[in-house]
Design a protein around this ligand. Structure first.
Ligand code: XLS
Ligand code: CA
Ligand code: CA
Length: 436
């Protein structure tokens, strides 16, 4: 069955095109800094929002028009796979991502649930044989089912810890089976509401135990992909343990797990944490832990995770700047963890949404590459810290200074001159590159 009739392959038509079903900036084969756009950006479609999102919110029932919704149970799961591969091909994306429960429904028990998964995974594998689409990452949904009410790895109930482990074990086997390039841990309900009933230290110890077991099992079954942790400060719990990049890195370091993980940074989670996306990317990058990104955007007037498609060129440019400066993606990519608005309920809206997201990142890539090639920001930073290139600054950096020599220097140097940070001048420069 054709799920998106009337829509052909989305092609690059250039910035002047008036065709809403064409790329204006994303030109997969165009070379930027020695790699094609397709190789740089490594776009992925998120199965959950695009093929399972139904538009419901706390005030309204589901309203999305989705041609596959006429099916039920396993037939629905199969129809979604067909729709998904039709969508991937038409959009010409190289990757997709899913949670275990996105692709197949739970059965009456774990055995049945895993059998359901096996059937769908076999079907996906078949599609992957004839398509160029690959699995960027998969993950386990350890948050929707009521058993995870108190978390999974950080649940107060050991039976839940065990169930979560069994679920991740199966997901890692699927990762091997489908050749996933990464495996993501997002701590769905790994957090707490109140310390009045929570042993925080014990829960963090358990989270580390859980991750250690995952590392061991991945090694045992020969999973070669990269493990990623996705920070988020709140929602669904009030205090999520993987609050932001810095908190997650400190946790991994404390438990001796740092070498086995990188981070999957989501734009909307960054802003929920009170950071810019660029800040989170930089923190990950300076620790050598920038793995992959979930591309979306929040609404600063709303306090929750709105998961909108990314359209803000300033943000995509600075994100691509961080990614290029970090050496580009290796196993990671740009996953559209984003959903169309409730008012955008027609199937075609899924295409418009991905097209603006892909174009926004493609434009961001081109501008970021120019900023790097012209050394615009590099020169500003070099100049700003130039006092450390010679004299007392160089002595500080080389470890030749101490409080005695610094006091002596300060006593002989009573007049300190500072220079302007020129933020507005720099932003004007970036605007010139964006609009130029
Ligand atoms: C939820 C998260 C989730 C992860 C994967 O806020 O973004 O979708 O990306 O479990
Ligand atoms: Ca995400
Ligand atoms: Ca999110």
């Amino acid at each position: 069955m054709v799920f998106f009739p009337g829509i052909g392959k989305i092609a690059y038509e250039g910035p002047e095109s008036k065709n809403p079903l064409a790329f204006k900036h994303y030109n997969p084969s165009e070379t930027v800094m020695g790699k094609t756009m397709e190789e740089h950006l490594r776009f992925a479609v998120a199965y959950w929002h695009t093929f399972k999102g139904d538009g419901s919110d706390p005030f309204g029932d589901k309203n999305m028009i989705r041609p596959w919704d006429k099916y039920k149970g396993m037939d629905l799961a199969k129809a979604r796979v067909e729709a998904a591969f039709e969508f991937f091909e038409k959009l010409d994306v190289p990757f997709f991502c899913f949670h275990d429960r996105d692709i197949a429904p739970e059965g009456d028990n774990l055995i049945e649930t895993n059998q359901n998964l096996d059937k769908i995974v076999a079907m996906i594998k078949d599609y992957m044989r004839t398509s160029k689409v690959k699995l960027l990452w998969n993950t386990s949904n350890l948050f929707t089912h009521p058993r995870y009410v108190h978390g999974a790895a950080t649940s107060c109930n050991a039976d839940v810890f065990a169930y979560g482990a069994a679920q991740v074990k199966k997901s890692l086997e699927i990762a091997v089976e489908l050749g996933a390039e990464n495996y993501v841990f997002w701590g769905g309900r790994e957090g707490y509401e109140t310390l009045l009933n929570t042993d925080m230290k014990f829960e963090l110890d358990n989270l580390a135990r859980f991750l250690r077991m995952a590392v061991d099992y991945a090694k045992e079954i020969g999973f070669k992909g990269q493990f990623l942790i996705e920070p988020k400060p709140k929602e669904p719990t009030k205090h999520q343990y993987d609050f932001d990049a810095a908190t997650t890195i400190a946790f991994l370091q404390t438990y001796g797990l740092k070498d086995y993980f990188k981070l999957n940074i989501e734009a909307n989670h960054a802003t929920l944490a009170g950071h810019t996306f660029q800040h989170e990317l930089r923190v990950a990058s300076i620790h050598g832990m920038l793995g992959s990104i979930d591309a979306n955007q929040g609404d600063l007037m709303l306090g929750w995770d709105t998961d909108e498609f990314p359209t803000d060129l300033y943000v995509t440019t600075l994100a691509m700047y961080e990614i290029l400066k970090a050496g580009g993606f290796t196993t990671g990519g740009i996953n559209f963890d984003a959903k169309v608005r409730r008012g955008s309920f027609e199937p075609e809206d899924l295409f418009y949404a991905h097209i603006i997201g892909m174009d926004s990142y493609a434009k961001g890539l081109k501008v970021a590459a120019k900023l790097i090639e012209d050394r615009v920001i590099d020169e500003i930073i070099e100049e700003r810290y130039s006092s450390y290139k010679s004299g007392i600054g160089l002595e500080i950096v080389n470890g030749e200074a101490n409080f005695h020599t610094l006091e002596e220097y300060a006593l002989q140097n009573p007049v300190i001159m500072n220079s302007s940070g020129k933020q507005e001048r720099i932003k004007a420069l970036i605007n010139q590159y964006l609009f130029g």
